[in-house]
Write a protein that binds this ligand. Sequence first.
Ligand code: NAD
Ligand code: UDP
Length: 313
Amino acid sequence: MKRNRVLVTGGAGFLGSHLCDRLIKDGNDVICLDNLFTGSKDNIRHLLGNPYFEFIRHDITQPVYIECDQIYNLACPASPKWYQKDPIYTFQTSVYGAMNCLGLAKRTGARVLQASTSEIYGDPDIHPQPESYWGNVNTIGIRSCYDEGKRAAETLFFDYHRKHDIEIKVMRIFNTYGPRMDTGDGRVVSNFIVQALKGDDITIYGNGEQTRSFCYVDDLIEGMVRLMNSRAGFTGPVNIGNPGEFSIRELADLIIELTGSKSGIINNPLPSDDPKQRKPLIDLARKELNWEPSVQLREGLVRTIAYFSELMV
Ligand code: NAD
Ligand code: UDP
């Protein structure tokens, strides 16, 4: 059997480590590249003895010279807390990282998938968001390093595709959650679960009426693998997310109910440019990838709470 050699940048992160698991399970030869900026060896420790798994500690802002058939480019801090910590580096990671993956794809002929984001829609004034929407993004705010970096990366992907005939796949990922989220990275699902399990106050930013759509990690990875292996010529961009829409207040109430926590709720200031609403239209993913999510929020939260409960004993 010929094994595909697959490079996963950001492979020691939350999504990347689940992707590595899936690619190994499918019989691929996996190269996980990560500088461990937000990721951890703990996420891939169980794979380290496998002869078809390699870990390379490398910064994707620098070129990489390896041979591969497919590239998944996930390297980039994803939580506002981390991507705002060093915004210039975040921007460099998105832009130089995309160029280095595309350069590698040009030399090797590999297919390359970009982990883009719903953040490219900014604070959307069209709801729900179709792929044809160009977005409403502040160029100079505290989220811009991430949003504009990811937008520039999409531009590079399509220019390399047009100029050099690179086979590209662009995936716009909506909020995803599940086991291996980092307890301290500040994203809403991990924050609320950890607070509920510790009995600390749940910190809602603003009045909690802002909405998000939460996709369970297994559904997301299925969509990602289907997109990579989709028909030649299908580039996306394609939304992958769960169209169920919840206010942050509803999420807090659900997590309190599922953990049986006695935590109270406090309202902290809303960070600037925090999008008011977000929900994907997934008709394109249904049509092209025959994909739709199967794990609903309640069920996904039960699994995620079980993971954090075990981690925290
Ligand atoms: P994460 O922070 O857990 O993983 C990112 C990984 O990239 C980490 O392991 C980190 O160490 C690595 N990394 C960061 N900068 C790097 C660099 N310069 N060189 C090499 N490695 C580097 O985040 P995640 O949630 O797993 O997100 C993975 C990708 O998916 C990101 O590109 C993110 O923008 C995208 N995404 C995620 C979500 C989500 O809800 N999880 C939503 C939209 C888009
Ligand atoms: N949020 C919150 N309390 C927290 C963390 C986040 O109310 O402890 C809110 C945040 O302001 C945003 C939503 O939850 O409106 C989702 O935040 P997250 O950082 O997870 O993702 P993003 O804003 O990038 O969608």
